[in-house]
Write a protein that binds this ligand. Structure first.
Ligand code: GDP
Length: 719
């Protein structure tokens, strides 16, 4: 944190002093500090400016030094504009938008599979926001079986596969003239700080809980954050139609959960509805007697009404002040380019005669262009060029702030990247057989494009001219990106993930490594195994206590170096806890490097042949270790085909075929019996690989191989 602050202030100074004085000076602010000391005098003929207050991201690229300006229009209103050498385009600031009383901003918190997507779909359908013929989900039936693939919030393939929310999405519903913006909360701390940023935009939260399963540990993290912000949740006990629903027990668990998370009396008195998102009803009427089924309601009206009555409208935001907005997310659109999403914090922004500067609201998940946006509205603004960064930037109208000048809005820092990997174009002998995008130029363009909107991702030049170094929040964060690329037809070689080390500014020569605070909720009988594994990975115990919300469960908090979590989170944890536990981590800070870790990995079984693997050859090789490939798989020299039972690497030929002759053998053929190979997913491979290996990723295959395929060259390099 300290390091970040030093860097920021230095950068600010550099940018300020090096700026040309011809037009205006960009305003780069730390949070909560006044601009007035830095506002430059206006020069004759110079137009008023729109300022961009950067409070967290630093402007490192030259593009970041561009100037934002504003121009007066014929009606005297002032325009928000970007002014460098280009002609000025305009967005006017004016009055006349959706009144705050007709707005509700709400975040939705739900454990995977508790029915969030189905619920939002129902709300969209029943509110009539999506017209039948143009519905994004018109084909979706209410029985849930054929909905897969057509639902609104859960639209990302990868999310379906992994069952977690990766990108928080914003959906807008029109209900009787009121605009309800529902923002999804990401389900994993790997997406650094996004939960807090999303909660910043809302005035209420809806907690969706399965009436059979009850509150699950994953929701605790987000719910805790929401309560700490003083938001008053409303609760929906979903899947109340199921015969297994046990509302009384779940309600009691919920109350305990609110108590453990430190809810105030007001927050603990949350309104609760029973609902069946699948059947499309919600009701406040619980079971008539203990053990009785809940009588179905008519429709979703009780939930709509509860949102309107319980979630306060954003009337506290002042529309008579000048315009300001904190950017929370960056989106990209093929037609309008980069968009900055946020909630207007004060004032009104109106687009007029704009050519490229546009304001977008939402209808369902689709963006719709708007003429104006007032304080409290969640909008995306296109056409502002900001250079690098773009999240946690305060956009302000510079006039009307009084003596103090505009002040950057408070922000939640973006967690710094903790893991780095090097990405190469695929140069294996099988390159180009499955993918269509192979060249380093294509990879480079795509990754830089991704970095525009993926705020936790940093791209640096790699060790070779063709490679790139990517830094991200964890293996899950980077793994999601690589999965996306391979689905788009890219072939890549990905190097082993490493922790991002930084030098200690106080102790020369000492390196600091990122440490994550890891919270594990697990059944007591599996706790010992988890603690042992995390301790082996240089984790240090912070607390170990019984979980008050769930009997027989414990809550363990440990500080673990980010690199220690690489292999663990990807798969081992699930095996250790037999599916009965969750692990979450959040960036804690940089601490002195804790030394090398024992990964417990043996040597590799390496193919020395080119061709197709055969069962005949592989059967005797099984005695040498565990195989990673099936028979009849293409292999090449240098490809890792298994893990040896010894610590040294072994070179094998898995392609030997049985010689066929004309002479009949006297005995029967020996039966070929092969143990099933260990097939690793992309993330498992990333977690598993050794320093001299890379993962070859193609749209159809994930292969582990040595970085240098030629054995002699590899040996020479090792020396
Ligand atoms: P999400 O992961 O929280 O978005 O959950 P989904 O909306 O994808 O729902 C997960 C599964 O639960 C799907 O198979 C739904 O059809 C099912 N489901 C959702 N709501 C209900 C409900 O109210 N009753 C029943 N019986 N099933 C539901």
């Amino acid at each position: 944190m300290m390091a970040t602050r030093t860097k920021l202030s230095t950068l600010s100074r550099q940018v300020l002093t090096s700026s040309p004085r011809r037009f205006s000076v960009p305003q780069i602010l730390s949070p909560r500090r006044s601009l007035s000391s830095r506002v430059q005098p206006s020069y004759p003929g110079c137009r008023p400016q729109l300022q961009v207050c950067h409070s967290q991201r630093c402007l490192t690229s030259p593009r970041g030094r561009r100037h934002f300006g504003a121009s007066s229009t014929s009606r005297g209103a002032t325009a928000l504009a970007f002014a460098e050498e280009e002609p000025v385009e305009e967005i006017e600031v004016d009055q006349g938008t959706l009144p705050a009383s007709k707005l509700r901003n709400i975040a939705i918190i739900a454990h995977v599979d508790h029915g969030k997507t189905t619920l939002v779909d129902q709300l969209l359908r029943q509110s009539g926001t999506l017209k039948p013929n143009t519905d994004q989900n018109s084909a979706a039936s209410t029985d849930g079986d054929s909905e897969f693939g057509q639902r609104v919030m859960d639209s990302n393939d990868l999310e379906r596969e992994r069952g977690i929310t990766i990108l928080s999405k914003c959906t807008s519903i029109d209900y009787n003239g009121t605009n309800i913006n529902i923002v999804d909360t990401p389900g994993h701390a790997d997406f650094g700080g996004e939960v807090e940023r999303v909660l910043n935009m809302v005035d209420g939260v809806a907690l969706v809980v399965d009436a059979t399963d009850g509150p699950m540990t994953q929701t605790r993290f987000v719910l805790g954050k929401a309560l700490a912000r003083g938001l008053r949740p409303l609760v929906v006990l979903n899947k109340a139609d199921r015969s297994t629903a046990r509302p009384a027990q779940v309600e009691s668990d919920l109350f305990d959960l609110f108590a453990t998370l430190g809810a105030t009396d007001e927050q603990a008195e949350y309104p609760l509805l029973y609902a069946s998102a699948k059947q499309g009803w919600a009701t406040a009427q619980g079971p008539s007697a203990p053990g009785q089924a809940i009588a179905p309601g008519a429709d979703m009206t009780p939930l709509f009404d509860l949102i309107l009555s319980h979630v306060p409208p954003p009337s506290h935001l002042n529309r008579s002040k000048p315009f300001s907005m904190l950017t929370v997310q960056i989106e990209s659109d093929p037609y309008v380019g980069v968009l900055y999403l946020g909630r207007v914090q004060s004032g009104v922004l109106r687009s007029a005669k704009a050519k490229s500067k546009k304001i977008f609201g939402r209808r369902g998940l689709e963006r719709t262009e708007k003429d104006a946006a007032g304080a409290g509205e969640i909008v995306s603004i296109a056409g502002i060029k900001m250079g690098s960064g773009g999240v946690n930037v305060t956009l302000v109208h510079p006039e009307g702030w009084g003596e103090e000048g505009p002040v950057a809005l408070p922000t939640t820092p973006i967690d710094p990247p903790t893991i780095s990997v090097v990405v190469y174009p695929n140069d294996s002998p099988l390159a180009g057989q499955e993918g269509s995008k192979l060249t380093s130029q294509l990879i480079r363009d795509r990754i830089y494009k991704e970095a525009e909107t993926n705020v936790a991702l940093t791209v640096l030049p790699g060790p070779t001219s063709e490679s790139l170094e990517l830094r991200g929040r964890g293996v899950l964060h980077l793994g999601v990106l690589f999965e996306t690329l391979r689905r788009e037809g890219f072939e890549l070689g990905i190097g082993p993930p490493k922790a991002v080390l930084v030098p200690n500014p106080e102790v020369p020569g000492q390196m600091l490594e990122p440490v994550e605070e890891c919270t594990v909720m697990v059944k007591e009988e599996y706790a010992g195994g988890v603690v042992q594994k995390l301790t082996m990975r240089k984790g240090e115990m912070v607390s170990y206590e019984a979980d008050e919300a769930q009997e027989g469960w414990v809550r363990i908090v440990m500080d673990v170096p980010a690199r220690g979590l690489i292999g663990y989170m990807a798969g081992e944890f699930k095996n250790d806890v037999h599916g009965q536990g969750t692990i979450n981590h959040i960036f804690k800070g940089y601490e002195p490097y804790r030394g090398a870790m024992d990964t417990g990995r043996n040597g590799a079984l390496i193919s020395m042949a080119n061709g197709e693997s055969s069962g005949y050859a592989m059967m005797p090789l099984q005695a040498r270790g565990a195989m990673f490939i099936h028979p009849q798989i293409q292999v090449y020299p240098g490809m890792v085909i298994g893990e040896s039972s010894k610590s040294q690497d072994l070179y094998l030929n898995p392609c030997v075929k049985k010689q066929l002759t004309n002479i009949r053998a006297a005995g029967a053929d020996e039966k070929i019996v092969l143990a099933s190979p260990k097939i690793m997913t992309l993330e498992e491979s990333l977690a598993y690989m050794a320093d001299d290996e890379i993962v070859e990723v193609t749209p159809k295959n994930v292969r582990l191989r040595k970085l240098i395929l030629d054995v002699n060259k590899r040996m020479r390099m090792k020396k």
